[in-house]
Ligand binder design. Sequence first.
Ligand code: ZN
Length: 266
Amino acid sequence: MYIDPHVHMVSRTTDDYQRMALAGCVAVTEPAFWAGYDRSSPAGFFDYFRQLTDFEPKRAAQYGIRHHTWLCINPKEAEDPVFAKEVISLIPQFLKCETVLGIGEIGLNKNSRNELEILDAHLALAAEHDLLVLVHTPHLEDKLKGTRLIMDAIKNHSKLDPGRVLIDHIEEHTVRPVLERGFWAGMTLYPDTKCTPQRAVDIFEMHGTERLWINSAGDWGNSDPLAVPKAQIEMKARGHTLDSVRKVSFDNPLKFLSQSGRFRIA
Ligand SMILES: [Zn+2]
């Protein structure tokens, strides 16, 4: 059994749901993100939020997988603060939906001033409604700086408990500062860019398994919705116990997500 706590199923086919179910997936959580193109109006996000809260859970249920979601405007489309704030104003009406776990994936893309302003608006919304937060961190040369900026922005909201915030896309150089400040940390497993299953297992071997999870972040690009079971195989091949395999791929996501009071497995 495993949970994939970060996967963009709107961009995947029903064959992917079937393969994930066969590999033992019982639940997924899907953060709102860039759709591969910039949406032309806030109404485009309204329809996307309907897809995430209404249609996608039904599609997943056909394969015995529970689908949950996180809502936001992603940092890639948050360069226009007026547009972004209009999208944020659409979110509260979806919060009554039982499968919405929190705000995500928010964060930074290019570490710009406008992105920071919109990150802060999302954090205020999460604090106001006592929601969990799922954070996207920038890539490559922007990652370490962006991760620090995000952690500082969260600290400015005293109502937000770091134990209810997961910082995703962590790598070798960002895992320590994230865990040391009390946050949860996620590793995104990609076939070649970002963290591979092998690198993720190296990170477990160096930093332990407390407050860490793994996910596929499967999307419309070169990604792998079976990345979590592949990391499970890598752990077993290296002699890790079944308990530690289960901890990172099931127990830890269950523990973090259950803080929402809404997370269910099939
Ligand atoms: Zn994502």
